[in-house]
Design a protein around this ligand. Sequence first.
Ligand code: PRX
Length: 634
Amino acid sequence: MVDKIHSYKKYKEDYIESVENPEKFWGDIAEGFSWRKKWNTVFKHDKENAEVKWFEGGKLNITENCLDRHLEKNGNKTAIIWEPNNPDEESRYITYRQLYVKVSRFANVLKNNGIKKGDRVCLYMPMIPELTIAMLACARIGAVHSIVFAGFSSSALSSRINDSECKLLITANEVYRGTKPINLKAVCDEALEDSPSVEKVIVYRRTVEPTEMKEGRDVFWFDELQKIENFECDAEEMDAEDMLFILYTSGSTGKPKGMVHTTGGYMVGSTYTFQNVFQYEEDDVYWCTADIGWITGHSYIIYGPLAAGATTVMFEGVPSYPDYGRFWEIVEKLKVTHFYTAPTAIRALAKHPISLVEKYDLSSLKVLGSVGEPINEDAWHWYNDNIGKGTCPIVDTWWQTETGAIMISAMAGITPLRPTFATMPLPGVQPALMDENGKEILDSPAEGRLAMKAPWPSVARTIYGDHQRYKDTYFSAYEGMYFTGDGAYRDAMGNYRITGRVDDVVIVSGHNLGTAPIENAIDEHLDVVECAVVGFPHDVKGNALYAYVTKIDESVTSEDDLRKEINDLIRGSIGAIAKLDKIQFVSGLPKTRSGKIMRRILRKIASNDTSNLGDTSTLLNPEVVTEIMDNVIL
Ligand code: PRX
């Protein structure tokens, strides 16, 4: 491993080097990993075709970096501490050596089931160590994992499986989140009715409930393990640019995008940022509360921490069970040093009596992190004062599924903080603020759209099966630059604050949701003519969803029933995370003369910010705006 950055001065020096000489900078960092063969070129960028390559010609396997290379010195070190949903159940401690054996053995299960390099494997699993084992087992044999967050509905699961034609699905029979049982296997069965590419399903038995199994297709995890006598599995040699995983994220239009991450650059980016942002030290206990179904879990529960040889905590449960003190109980119990969560969780916890925090000894904490959405001033101070006791730096980490690794963030204790600001770009990250005319804004302070001037090692390489969409979405707004979809403010010192999405993606409770698929689900209702979904500010979720719906004249369904049926459709097509908070029935939607729905106006009305609606007279139907404002649900 390369040395961490230890001073602000070094950060500035490294930053300059990373911009002036990226090949040298990243080449030196990559030297700190274990490669079977070194690369021929550090970096290649074909701007015309939006093709990015890092460490081309290099050969490696990421699991040799996450497991094998720690065995000699750190084989008995705890790699994963698993904390169950139910606090009465035992925690599990898994050492690097044990994890190595479990991964190797399960990799042989995969092979036994006909999985080979390049095959796609879908994981629809709860937060249990077997998710990590399955994920690393895929990487061990060069299969591509596509993890689908286990809160998604069967049809969302099915469409993701179909998009990447997964051959195998790995799931668990059932899981408890708080007091609620969730039958994951039943969701999978439903999904598989429409997903013919899946030949086999491996089911981990998490609870003792009877599980319906389909003959010839479904097998139990333990039964498959029993068939394996070989606890070693040679790692497949991968090219640096071979696909490591696909992870779906919402787009502002159409179906979800299967972001493709490749092996070498992703490993280097996620590990380098893990070490430097969190300043992890040998005996620390690091806990990221995200679900592995999202990129945060991929990069900062699994790949980054394990490649860095850290002890990483996995939590199966929810912050509210058995009560809202659970997070702090775990911090005390495991002596957590690094705690990384989302602003939505902080806001929800801050609403409960402070005695639930004060009950626990949080003195082990050294560093706090925030991710997924802008952190507001109140939440920042609550976190800083009550959890960090004013002594733990808060790293507000801005990044995306597409970026693979943290891009803008403080480095704990090394670079200066500014509350509610993600602060400075990490080495190798070159942000630009763009004005409405597509020109870079060079002065500060300033506000604009956030773009990146040059690719970094962990940038997603394409959208699975649709490189054109990748080019159009990320590399066409500004010539030669990557467009993030976010707006940002830069202060005079060069600190960045992310102001939120500038496209039709809404971040609800830290989950990235495109409005288009939600609108499609609503349109499925036979009584609905058309609809528009926008986000509005919410004090816990950050944003919540507001729908404007026009219904057919003949509709006899009561509005309350219709609201319920619409939300049921959304739950079925996407999942409960996309539930609408407010549904307003309207006689029409404001449209331009060319028929485009004016979402800007609808967003302002839903946000109770109607002082400056702009000129509505050019609309096709300006009268509808008054009607909508008169009946708005606040
Ligand atoms: O809008 C930004 C917001 O989350 C988006 C990316 O979402 P996703 O791909 O799901 O990844 C989330 C976890 C990395 C971004 O475009 N976002 C993420 N982190 C922050 C943030 N907004 C403000 N501050 C952050 N720290």
